[in-house]
Design a protein around this ligand. Structure first.
Ligand code: ASP
Length: 484
């Protein structure tokens, strides 16, 4: 294999990474030592043969791209159905004991369409058809991994196909199964977690001579069952592989230029964030920024591997770099996010601060009702508990309030629904006076009533609880306060 000379932007990126102290493993190709990158492509990047062509060019353009993680083919048009969603239809048909042949044919044709312009080995398409047809015979009874096994087929078939496409384009590439690679996970259907000790197994692949094409979204339990991560989990696979092989960079290719500073549906052409820390990203992801899977941050963070979010349709755009330390803290705020569907239980009791174990008693009630809470902002004599509304039914709410009233005997107790949480995020706020004042002033200008304020102790974010009808106005005004 020939190591191409680096383009200006690659050299710049290298320098930047060295400056940030990221080294990663080195691989020798033709006597030269190169760093290794993990590159992940989302479903929209692999939806058609035309998109796959872009993917091939991207992989080809940089010899450091050694580990390729793929999603299942996504939507070709906004009305189209993703392969994973077609597989959910297979699952439902199987449960209803209905034939799946039509859906299987539809899925198979997605791969045939992608393969058409390439000299893909005929055995690959035959294997894909076989794997899909076999879903007819998968055991339902006593099989907690029934859905997971069906879902994983989308990624598994695609990885085999993409490896074959790369070979057809003259690259030394091969499909690798997650079990062989070492992605061994906890036995929690649709919510698998990587078992830390197996990172060592993955590391044994660090110096593979071939480009390894890995299906995203699933791993294997220690007992050998297929178990998927939560939806959108191919990002998680990419992060696990990056940590396992100690990559110098994890490139996550999607269909936007990077992470926007605010939702583009709310703000006209928001800025793309150039650099963001893991902590900032975590806060934004929590409040609805869905470009990168929440759980994918941890493996990269633990191994100190920077992540870059890039656009398959515009690969020369620098994208958004997620890193441990931002070099530029000039701007106090990096992004503004929001999420709806919250309720708030407010209670006050005179001299609450003197009652030992007061908060604990309330939280025990929450535990007894199996309720998760999100935040507890508090004052001297009062506190609010914010929780996701979808956990509450009318009866449960009534019982919960009755129990709190009985056991805690508060002076005031009420519940508010239809809340949205709006979060202003930025490490730069720590070193700057007035971010809170500017934020509340922005909301006051639009006459937006603040039901709750919570400033995390890390001072990376300020959170406002407001009525959901004012969410868009709030985002816009906060955005124009800190950006533009
Ligand atoms: N195909 C899976 C999903 O749609 C996983 C992924 O695309 O990351 O959720």
């Amino acid at each position: 294999m020939i190591v191409k000379s680096l383009s200006f932007s690659q050299k710049f990126a290298e320098k930047h990474l060295i400056y940030l102290g990221f080294k990663g493993n080195l691989l020798k190709i033709d006597g030269k030592r190169i760093r290794m990158k993990v590159i992940k492509f989302g479903g929209s990047s692999l939806a058609t043969a035309q998109q796959v062509e872009k993917v091939v060019r991207i992989i080809e353009a940089d010899t450091e791209r050694r580990f390729v993680v793929v999603s299942a083919p996504g939507k070709r048009t906004p009305e189209d159905t993703k392969v994973t969603d077609l597989l959910i239809a297979v699952y439902q048909a199987r449960l209803a004991e209905q034939p799946i042949d039509n859906i299987v044919e539809k899925i198979y044709q997605r791969y045939v369409e992608i393969a058409a312009p390439y000299q893909v080995e005929p055995i690959i398409l035959a294997d894909i058809l076989n794997e899909l047809t076999n879903l007819n015979h998968l055991a339902i009874e006593d099989n907690p991994y029934f859905l997971d096994t069906i879902l994983a087929t989308g990624e598994n078939c695609n990885a085999q196909l993409i490896a074959s496409v790369l070979r057809a384009q003259g690259m030394a590439a091969r499909y690798i199964n997650p079990q062989e690679l070492g992605i061994i996970v906890t036995p929690e259907p649709q919510n698998a977690q990587m078992i830390t000790k197996y990172y060592q197994t993955i590391h044994q692949w660090a110096h593979s001579e071939e480009i390894l094409v890995i299906p995203g979204f699933f791993g294997y339990t220690e007992d050998g069952n297929i178990c998927t991560f939560s939806r959108g989990g191919s990002d998680v696979t990419g992060a696990i592989v990056a940590r396992g092989v100690k990559a110098s960079l994890y490139e996550n290719f999607t269909d936007v230029n990077g992470i926007y500073a605010a939702h583009p549906g709310y703000v006209h052409e928001p800025e793309t964030i150039t650099e963001i820390t893991y902590r900032e990203m975590r806060e934004l992801a929590y409040a609805g920024f869905s470009v990168f899977h929440e759980e994918a941050l941890m493996p990269s963070f633990k191994a100190n591997i920077p992540v870059v979010i890039k656009n398959t349709n515009n690969p020369s755009h620098p994208g958004t770099l997620i890193t441990t330390k931002r070099t530029n803290l000039e701007k106090p705020v990096v992004g503004i996010a929001s999420d709806e569907g919250f309720s708030m239980i407010y209670l006050s009791k005179y001299l609450m601060n003197r009652e030992v174990g007061f908060t604990l008693r309330i939280l025990e009630i929450f535990r007894d009702f199996n309720l998760n809470y999100e935040h507890i902002p508090s004052g001297i004599d009062d506190l609010s508990i914010i929780l996701r509304s979808n956990q509450l039914t009318a009866e449960l709410q009534e019982e919960l309030l009755r129990k709190i009233a009985y056991e805690i005997d508060p002076d005031e107790l009420r519940i508010t629904h239809d809340l949205s949480l709006v979060v202003v995020v930025g490490e730069g706020m720590k070193h700057r006076v007035g971010s809170m004042a500017e934020s509340t002033a922005a909301l006051a200008r639009k006459n937006i009533n603040i039901e709750m304020i919570n400033q995390g102790s890390s001072e990376v974010s300020i959170m406002f609880g407001i009525h959901k009808e004012r969410e868009v106005d709030a985002i816009r005004n906060l955005y124009y306060t800190f950006f533009d």
